[in-house]
Design a protein around this ligand. Structure first.
Ligand code: SIN
Ligand code: MN
Length: 224
Protein backbone atom coordinates (compact mmCIF):
# COMPACT_ATOMS: atom_id res chain seq x y z
CA UNK A 1 0.00 0.00 0.00
CA UNK A 2 1.25 3.47 -0.86
CA UNK A 3 1.99 5.18 2.47
CA UNK A 4 1.63 8.58 0.79
CA UNK A 5 -2.07 8.06 0.20
CA UNK A 6 -4.27 9.18 3.09
CA UNK A 7 -6.01 6.41 4.95
CA UNK A 8 -9.64 6.03 3.92
CA UNK A 9 -11.89 7.36 6.67
CA UNK A 10 -15.05 5.52 7.62
CA UNK A 11 -18.18 7.39 6.62
CA UNK A 12 -20.00 9.23 9.40
CA UNK A 13 -23.34 7.83 10.55
CA UNK A 14 -26.49 9.43 9.10
CA UNK A 15 -27.29 12.74 10.80
CA UNK A 16 -23.64 13.43 11.72
CA UNK A 17 -22.03 16.04 9.48
CA UNK A 18 -18.50 17.45 9.57
CA UNK A 19 -17.86 20.74 7.74
CA UNK A 20 -14.13 21.53 7.92
CA UNK A 21 -13.13 25.21 7.94
CA UNK A 22 -16.70 26.48 8.41
CA UNK A 23 -15.79 29.51 10.53
CA UNK A 24 -13.67 32.30 9.08
CA UNK A 25 -10.69 33.50 11.06
CA UNK A 26 -12.60 36.68 11.95
CA UNK A 27 -15.56 34.67 13.24
CA UNK A 28 -13.18 32.52 15.30
CA UNK A 29 -11.62 35.65 16.77
CA UNK A 30 -15.05 37.04 17.67
CA UNK A 31 -16.07 33.76 19.30
CA UNK A 32 -12.82 33.60 21.28
CA UNK A 33 -13.43 37.15 22.56
CA UNK A 34 -17.04 36.34 23.51
CA UNK A 35 -16.02 33.12 25.26
CA UNK A 36 -13.22 34.89 27.09
CA UNK A 37 -15.75 37.36 28.51
CA UNK A 38 -18.17 34.56 29.50
CA UNK A 39 -15.31 32.68 31.16
CA UNK A 40 -14.94 35.56 33.62
CA UNK A 41 -18.55 35.62 34.72
CA UNK A 42 -21.20 36.02 35.94
CA UNK A 43 -20.45 32.31 36.42
CA UNK A 44 -16.72 31.72 35.93
CA UNK A 45 -15.33 28.83 33.91
CA UNK A 46 -14.60 25.86 36.12
CA UNK A 47 -13.67 22.17 36.22
CA UNK A 48 -17.06 20.48 36.71
CA UNK A 49 -17.35 18.15 39.69
CA UNK A 50 -18.88 14.77 39.00
CA UNK A 51 -21.25 13.01 41.39
CA UNK A 52 -18.60 10.28 41.94
CA UNK A 53 -16.23 12.90 43.39
CA UNK A 54 -14.11 13.17 40.25
CA UNK A 55 -13.40 16.41 38.46
CA UNK A 56 -13.57 16.83 34.69
CA UNK A 57 -10.26 17.70 33.01
CA UNK A 58 -11.95 20.18 30.67
CA UNK A 59 -13.09 23.54 32.02
CA UNK A 60 -16.65 24.57 31.18
CA UNK A 61 -18.73 27.71 31.19
CA UNK A 62 -22.37 27.73 30.09
CA UNK A 63 -24.69 30.33 28.64
CA UNK A 64 -28.49 30.31 28.52
CA UNK A 65 -28.80 27.40 30.95
CA UNK A 66 -26.17 26.10 33.36
CA UNK A 67 -25.28 22.43 32.99
CA UNK A 68 -24.05 20.33 35.84
CA UNK A 69 -24.17 16.56 35.89
CA UNK A 70 -26.86 15.76 34.91
CA UNK A 71 -29.29 18.66 34.65
CA UNK A 72 -29.81 22.23 33.52
CA UNK A 73 -30.67 25.16 35.77
CA UNK A 74 -30.69 28.92 35.25
CA UNK A 75 -28.38 29.51 38.22
CA UNK A 76 -25.07 27.81 38.93
CA UNK A 77 -25.63 26.33 42.38
CA UNK A 78 -22.43 24.28 42.11
CA UNK A 79 -20.25 27.33 41.28
CA UNK A 80 -21.33 30.69 42.73
CA UNK A 81 -25.12 30.69 42.67
CA UNK A 82 -25.30 33.34 39.93
CA UNK A 83 -27.57 33.21 36.91
CA UNK A 84 -25.66 32.32 33.74
CA UNK A 85 -25.25 34.87 30.92
CA UNK A 86 -28.09 35.09 28.41
CA UNK A 87 -27.91 33.13 25.16
CA UNK A 88 -27.42 35.85 22.53
CA UNK A 89 -29.55 36.17 19.39
CA UNK A 90 -26.44 36.23 17.22
CA UNK A 91 -25.62 32.74 18.42
CA UNK A 92 -29.12 31.53 17.56
CA UNK A 93 -28.54 32.88 14.03
CA UNK A 94 -25.13 31.15 13.88
CA UNK A 95 -26.76 27.88 14.97
CA UNK A 96 -29.41 28.22 12.23
CA UNK A 97 -26.75 28.77 9.58
CA UNK A 98 -24.88 25.73 10.88
CA UNK A 99 -27.98 23.52 10.59
CA UNK A 100 -28.67 24.90 7.10
CA UNK A 101 -25.13 24.24 5.91
CA UNK A 102 -25.01 20.79 7.50
CA UNK A 103 -28.35 19.48 6.23
CA UNK A 104 -29.42 21.88 3.48
CA UNK A 105 -32.86 21.92 5.08
CA UNK A 106 -34.26 25.47 5.30
CA UNK A 107 -37.27 24.52 7.41
CA UNK A 108 -35.11 22.64 9.95
CA UNK A 109 -32.70 25.59 10.09
CA UNK A 110 -35.48 28.16 10.60
CA UNK A 111 -37.01 26.05 13.37
CA UNK A 112 -33.70 25.57 15.18
CA UNK A 113 -33.76 27.51 18.46
CA UNK A 114 -30.74 26.69 20.61
CA UNK A 115 -31.09 28.07 24.14
CA UNK A 116 -27.90 26.83 25.78
CA UNK A 117 -24.26 26.36 24.91
CA UNK A 118 -21.57 24.52 26.82
CA UNK A 119 -18.21 26.13 26.19
CA UNK A 120 -15.32 23.78 26.93
CA UNK A 121 -11.66 24.64 27.13
CA UNK A 122 -9.18 21.78 26.79
CA UNK A 123 -5.53 22.10 27.72
CA UNK A 124 -3.09 19.70 26.04
CA UNK A 125 -3.83 16.89 28.50
CA UNK A 126 -7.60 17.27 28.81
CA UNK A 127 -9.91 14.55 27.52
CA UNK A 128 -13.63 13.92 27.40
CA UNK A 129 -14.82 10.34 27.85
CA UNK A 130 -17.44 8.72 25.64
CA UNK A 131 -20.90 10.02 26.56
CA UNK A 132 -24.26 10.96 25.11
CA UNK A 133 -25.72 14.47 25.31
CA UNK A 134 -29.00 13.39 26.85
CA UNK A 135 -29.89 15.90 29.55
CA UNK A 136 -31.88 17.89 26.97
CA UNK A 137 -35.62 17.25 26.64
CA UNK A 138 -35.38 17.76 22.89
CA UNK A 139 -34.05 15.80 19.96
CA UNK A 140 -33.00 18.94 18.03
CA UNK A 141 -29.45 18.75 16.67
CA UNK A 142 -26.31 19.63 18.62
CA UNK A 143 -24.11 22.17 16.80
CA UNK A 144 -20.41 21.98 17.70
CA UNK A 145 -17.80 24.60 16.81
CA UNK A 146 -14.08 24.09 17.39
CA UNK A 147 -11.33 26.70 17.71
CA UNK A 148 -7.64 26.34 18.56
CA UNK A 149 -5.74 23.08 18.81
CA UNK A 150 -6.96 20.21 16.66
CA UNK A 151 -8.44 17.28 18.58
CA UNK A 152 -9.22 13.66 17.89
CA UNK A 153 -13.01 13.44 18.04
CA UNK A 154 -14.48 9.97 18.51
CA UNK A 155 -17.80 9.52 16.73
CA UNK A 156 -19.50 6.48 18.22
CA UNK A 157 -22.85 4.79 17.89
CA UNK A 158 -26.14 5.24 19.70
CA UNK A 159 -26.10 1.87 21.50
CA UNK A 160 -22.87 1.60 23.44
CA UNK A 161 -19.87 3.71 24.42
CA UNK A 162 -17.63 1.12 22.76
CA UNK A 163 -16.93 0.16 19.16
CA UNK A 164 -17.93 0.68 16.46
CA UNK A 165 -16.60 4.22 16.43
CA UNK A 166 -14.74 6.43 13.98
CA UNK A 167 -11.96 8.81 14.97
CA UNK A 168 -11.85 12.07 13.04
CA UNK A 169 -9.90 15.26 13.61
CA UNK A 170 -11.70 18.51 14.43
CA UNK A 171 -9.52 21.50 13.60
CA UNK A 172 -9.93 25.19 14.25
CA UNK A 173 -12.98 26.54 12.44
CA UNK A 174 -14.63 23.16 11.95
CA UNK A 175 -18.35 22.61 12.34
CA UNK A 176 -19.75 19.29 13.47
CA UNK A 177 -23.49 18.73 13.73
CA UNK A 178 -25.16 15.66 15.17
CA UNK A 179 -28.88 15.35 14.82
CA UNK A 180 -31.61 13.04 13.51
CA UNK A 181 -30.59 9.39 13.94
CA UNK A 182 -27.21 10.51 15.35
CA UNK A 183 -28.54 12.96 17.94
CA UNK A 184 -27.90 10.54 20.80
CA UNK A 185 -24.67 9.00 19.58
CA UNK A 186 -21.84 8.46 22.01
CA UNK A 187 -18.93 10.80 21.41
CA UNK A 188 -15.76 11.90 23.14
CA UNK A 189 -12.41 13.62 22.82
CA UNK A 190 -9.56 11.16 23.53
CA UNK A 191 -6.72 13.48 22.54
CA UNK A 192 -5.70 17.07 21.90
CA UNK A 193 -2.95 17.63 19.35
CA UNK A 194 -1.14 20.19 21.45
CA UNK A 195 0.41 23.18 19.74
CA UNK A 196 -1.45 22.79 16.43
CA UNK A 197 -3.47 26.00 16.76
CA UNK A 198 -3.00 29.19 14.79
CA UNK A 199 -2.52 31.93 17.42
CA UNK A 200 -4.29 34.36 15.03
CA UNK A 201 -7.62 33.19 16.50
CA UNK A 202 -6.64 34.95 19.72
CA UNK A 203 -6.65 31.69 21.66
CA UNK A 204 -3.19 31.41 23.12
CA UNK A 205 -3.31 27.73 24.02
CA UNK A 206 -5.52 24.68 23.99
CA UNK A 207 -8.84 24.00 22.31
CA UNK A 208 -12.17 25.74 22.62
CA UNK A 209 -15.36 23.89 21.78
CA UNK A 210 -18.84 25.35 21.79
CA UNK A 211 -21.83 23.01 21.67
CA UNK A 212 -25.19 24.66 21.12
CA UNK A 213 -28.21 22.67 22.20
CA UNK A 214 -31.96 22.98 22.59
CA UNK A 215 -32.78 22.14 26.21
CA UNK A 216 -36.53 21.73 25.68
CA UNK A 217 -36.92 23.37 29.10
CA UNK A 218 -38.78 26.52 30.13
CA UNK A 219 -38.56 28.49 33.35
CA UNK A 220 -41.90 27.06 34.37
CA UNK A 221 -40.80 23.55 33.38
CA UNK A 222 -37.09 23.27 34.31
CA UNK A 223 -35.31 19.96 34.84
CA UNK A 224 -37.37 18.07 37.44
C1 SIN B 1 -19.04 17.73 24.19
O1 SIN B 1 -19.21 16.57 23.91
O2 SIN B 1 -19.80 18.31 24.96
C2 SIN B 1 -17.90 18.49 23.60
C3 SIN B 1 -17.38 17.88 22.35
C4 SIN B 1 -16.11 18.51 21.85
O3 SIN B 1 -15.35 19.07 22.65
O4 SIN B 1 -15.84 18.42 20.64
MN1 MN C 1 -21.17 15.91 24.43
Amino acid sequence: MNALLPLPTAPLPPGAVHVPGWLTLDQQRELVAACRAWAVGPVPIRHTRLPNGGVMSVRTVCIGWHWQPYRYTRTAGDVNGQRVAAFPDWMVRLGRRAVLDAYGDEAAAAAYAPDTALINHYDGQAKLGMHQDKDEKSSAPVVSLSIGDTCVFRVGNTETRNRPYTDIELASGDLFVFGGPSRFLYHGVPRILEGTADPATGLTSGRLNITMRVTGLTDTHPTP
